[in-house]
Design a protein around this ligand. Structure first.
Ligand code: ADP
Ligand code: MG
Length: 248
């Protein structure tokens, strides 16, 4: 069986305007993969196109040699916080329990075991004491941790997170990145759209660099080079390491 995630000629457009153009890459599974590029580069669209949440103009995605549709249960997706309706009334523990639904049989209610898995996930992200709170009452970092717990409860193999650290406190970021690294060490594959260019080598194994088209996909040290970064960000990149210059 193939141990790679393969994207071939993926293009996505909105009303005839191309947002992602002919992107192809093949990356090993079991890696923590950062997706970077300037604002509006098509990072979110790339993920949505891969997952079939936006219609593809063209392209094929195969996960460990299988069509995405046949492994959908194994995929956890955490959208950008800004894309979620936080006024929707739901208690924290129920939000996490939703992660179990792909695993339940049709019309089956969550069992005691499902509830236990959900609580364990909440404990793991340090949010157990908030189980009975409304999700809208939480801070940004706490909300992101709850969504992390939901995808842990799903027991997925492949994770997609869209800018999980935006509007999130330092402690929550640390908790989340440590969980992601632990998942990676267990052999899971994790895609993270990331904004901050300072911690790329600390956080990720591989980088996908895009700005509408693909500029590179591979090990951090091969992709985060002045040439490729400058080409993708269209701005000279001089002191990335010292200042951690945020380019977008
Ligand atoms: P990024 O996540 O890298 O900031 P996006 O994938 O969100 O970029 O957006 C890529 C381009 O597609 C941008 O020009 C954005 O304005 C446009 N776009 C994104 N979503 C939509 C949409 N639902 N309808 C129309 N245009 C969109
Ligand atoms: Mg985005």
């Amino acid at each position: 069986m193939s141990q790679t995630i393969d994207v071939k000629n993926l293009s996505v457009s909105y009303s005839g305007k191309t947002a992602v153009k002919d992107v192809s890459f093949s990356l090993e599974s079991g890696r923590l993969i950062g997706i970077i590029g300037p604002n509006g580069a098509g990072k979110s669209t790339l993920i949505k196109g891969m997952l079939g949440l936006e219609k593809r103009d063209s392209g094929e995605v195969s996960i460990l040699g299988q069509e995405l549709d046949s492994v959908r249960k194994e995929i956890a997706y955490i959208p950008q916080r800004a894309d979620i309706d936080w006024d929707f009334p739901i208690l924290v523990h129920n939000a996490v329990l939703l992660g179990r639904y792909p695993r339940l049989g049709l019309f089956k209610r969550p069992s005691a075991k499902d509830k236990e898995i959900a609580m364990e996930a909440l404990e793991k992200v340090g949010m157990a004491e908030f189980a009975k709170n409304q999700i809208g009452q939480l801070s940004g970092g706490q909300q992101q941790r709850v969504f992390m717990a939901r995808s842990l409860a799903q027991e997925a193999d492949i994770f997609f997170l869209d800018e999980p650290f935006v509007g999130v406190d330092v402690q929550s970021e640390e908790i989340i990145i440590n969980i992601l690294k632990e998942l990676r060490d267990q052999g899971k594959t994790i895609f993270v759209i990331h904004h901050d260019l300072t911690k790329l080598d600390e956080y990720f194994d591989d980088i996908i660099l895009i700005n509408k088209k693909l500029y590179g996909a591979g090990p951090v040290e091969e992709i985060v080079t002045p040439d490729l970064m400058e080409a993708a960000f269209k701005a000279p990149l001089t002191v990335l390491e010292d200042t951690g210059g945020q380019l977008s």
